[in-house]
Design a protein around this ligand. Structure first.
Ligand SMILES: [Zn+2]
Length: 287
């Protein structure tokens, strides 16, 4: 059943508190919004501490960002939310935060776009990083345009995260998931080299997802330039129709012209892979 405005207000405040409690925003950072009927959007106000806002502090704006009601103005980052609503008519909520590990990886120039964890392939596909844009300017909505159509979770370089969903809880859950991926990736990097899933393993996961009726998730064919490859070596994943490459240097923008020296990435055993897939299928079918 569709929620009314009061219920959306409660949900937004709840998500702000959860995000603050997790340490993924500080003080007035971050913003949350929900699409309302008649081309209006309910969102968090500018400048107020998101861990302590109340339902009455929220603002209603139109699709151009113009305030309609509320005693405060909307966040200067609201244009990024509006871009999501314009480009994805089916989504109803947007959450922007500054999750610690996601932002730290982007500062280090390490992308999370590579497919490391089976459950991420199922639920998100790749996690792309939108190139740096000057906060509060038109550059921010422009920087996400190339990814919003295909991805529900995007890292904003040197800034934070953007997650979208049918509900504000869906968008928050994706935030939780990508920060968890970043934490696991960070822990694994302390232990040694990381090997992404092979194209064959990704193909199998996509098939399982299809059979479960999950929406198709896009996998970036060319991984973004990153430092996630084994010890800074260059890697190449063989694909049926193209080759994706990963270089150890440079920003995501330079991905079109890498000069890779291909090496084969060793795969985890098929047996282990099958166990992981079975576990995920169990989890998804039980939820
Ligand atoms: Zn921000």
């Amino acid at each position: 059943m569709l929620k009314n405005e009061d219920e959306h207000r409660k949900d937004i405040v709840e998500i702000c508190r959860r995000t603050y409690k997790q340490g993924w925003i500080a003080a007035s950072d971050g913003n949350v919004s929900v699409r309302l009927p008649r081309n209006r959007v309910l969102t968090t106000p500018t400048k107020l501490h998101k861990g302590f806002i109340t339902e009455r502090d929220l603002v209603i704006i139109d699709m151009d960002g113009k305030p309609i009601s509320g005693k405060y103005g909307p966040s200067s980052e609201i244009m990024m939310h509006l871009e999501c609503y314009k480009m994805r008519p089916e989504i109803e909520a947007v959450v922007h935060a500054h999750p610690t590990y996601c932002v730290a990886f982007s500062l280090a120039g390490v992308t999370l776009a590579k497919c490391m964890l089976p459950e991420v392939v199922f639920s998100l596909g790749s996690i792309p990083t939108a190139s740096y844009s000057t906060p509060t300017t038109e550059e921010v909505p422009q920087s996400i345009q190339e990814y919003v159509k295909d991805f529900d979770a995007i890292i904003l370089e040197r800034h934070g995260s953007l997650t979208i969903g049918k509900t504000v809880f869906d968008a928050y859950n994706l935030l939780e998931r990508i920060e968890h991926v970043a934490q696991i990736t960070h822990a694994a990097r302390q232990l040694g080299d990381l090997n992404p899933l092979s194209q064959e393993q990704i193909g199998k996961l996509k098939k399982v997802g299809e059979n479960l009726g999950l929406p198709p998730r896009k996998i970036l064919q060319r991984c973004q330039s990153c430092k996630a490859c084994p010890s800074g070596k260059l890697a190449s994943l063989q694909q049926s129709d193209s080759t994706s490459t990963c270089s150890s240097q440079g920003s995501p923008k330079s991905e079109a012209s890498p000069q890779p020296t291909p090496t084969t990435i060793p795969n985890p055993s098929d047996q282990l892979m099958n166990i992981i897939v079975e576990e995920i299928v169990k989890e998804l079918t039980n939820s």
